[in-house]
Design a protein around this ligand. Structure first.
Ligand SMILES: [Zn+2]
Length: 303
């Protein structure tokens, strides 16, 4: 005699399965895979020596903590995150870097590689000592922290514009520029995105103190004359703004630590590289800010 279950029992089993199976799967589920085309762009965290340190009424550690928590739980998780300079509040002290390292740990624990650039409020020597774990084994430019990140649809070049002789402006220097040209030329088949803390400054005084990149006149031709260089990403101004120059997209990241002007948005940028460009979404620290969720769909220049 065939065994048949009465409908009531079948219904009970189905209900039990419906509840139990997804639960069991959820528990056994691996972490969601990284999206190889997604990058979290952060800048100007300005972490002080204590978790309570404030500037312009902003507690910087609290703000980085909030951004880090958001980035760490992104699903799918990004291929990497970049903090584009001014990691530290003032001068890149050992205490500032120690606190910075502990604050960004959740991003690394979530399996998101973190790449750091250096700006005018950093210090190369103390960075290299305190955050050595963030440095690739290969250190091709003496006295500068540089990284190339190869993603599926773009390569990121994260540079170092810290200038020990200038507390405001920055400099890339001949050695870093020579290295950059060589690394760009070795990767002509993928769009290149170059990240520097400081903005371009074409009128930087020769031998004087620049506010932006002192050697812009040497740096910019390396980018604009290579058609596969599609975007230049920078911070420093604590302003979210998009522009274009010579067909290259200029992406100015907002600050995390504090805005210079209270009405300016603070936060980070969620980037998704496509076959033809990049889609950006601004994630404001204040979700009520008018610019929270601002989107841009940038198309790469030809070549
Ligand atoms: Zn800054």
């Amino acid at each position: 005699m065939p065994v048949t279950l009465p409908p009531t029992r079948r219904a009970v089993l189905a209900a039990a399965t419906a509840v139990l199976v997804p639960r069991a799967n959820l528990l056994a589920a691996p972490e969601p895979d990284a999206d190889p085309h997604r990058v979290a762009f952060l800048s100007d965290s300005h972490i002080g020596e204590t978790a309570e340190a404030k500037d312009k009424d902003c507690v910087m550690a609290e703000r980085l903590k909030a951004v880090v928590a958001e980035v760490a739980k992104l699903a799918p998780r990004p291929a990497c995150a970049v903090v584009n300079g001014d990691l530290a509040h003032k001068t890149g002290t050992a205490a500032e870097y120690k606190l910075f390292a502990s604050l960004v740990e959740p991003v690394r624990a979530a399996g998101v590689p973190l790449h750091l650039g250096l700006g005018n409020h950093d210090n190369f020597t103390r960075f290299a000592e305190g955050l050595n774990g963030f440095r690739p084994k290969d250190k091709p430019v003496e006295g500068k922290h540089v990284t190339v990140v190869e993603l599926g649809r773009a390569n990121l070049f994260v540079l170092d514009s810290f200038d020990p002789k200038n507390t405001v402006g920055g400099i890339l220097g001949a050695d870093q520029l020579k290295w950059l040209a060589k690394e760009l030329d070795a990767r002509k088949t993928q769009p290149a995105v170059v990240c520097v803390h400081h903005p371009l400054q074409f009128d930087a005084p020769k031998g004087g103190k620049a506010n932006g990149i002192a050697d812009t006149a040497d740096f910019w031709p390396l980018l604009k004359d290579r058609a596969w260089v599609k975007a230049f990403v920078f911070g420093h101004t604590h302003t979210w703004r998009l522009a274009e120059r010579d067909g290259v997209h200029l992406i100015n990241l907002p600050a995390i630590g504090y805005p210079f002007n209270k009405t300016e948005v603070s936060g980070w940028v969620d980037a998704h590289f496509t076959e033809k460009g990049v889609k950006l979404e601004l994630r404001a620290l204040d979700p009520k800010h008018a610019k929270h969720g601002d989107k841009a769909d940038l198309t790469w220049r030809k070549g």
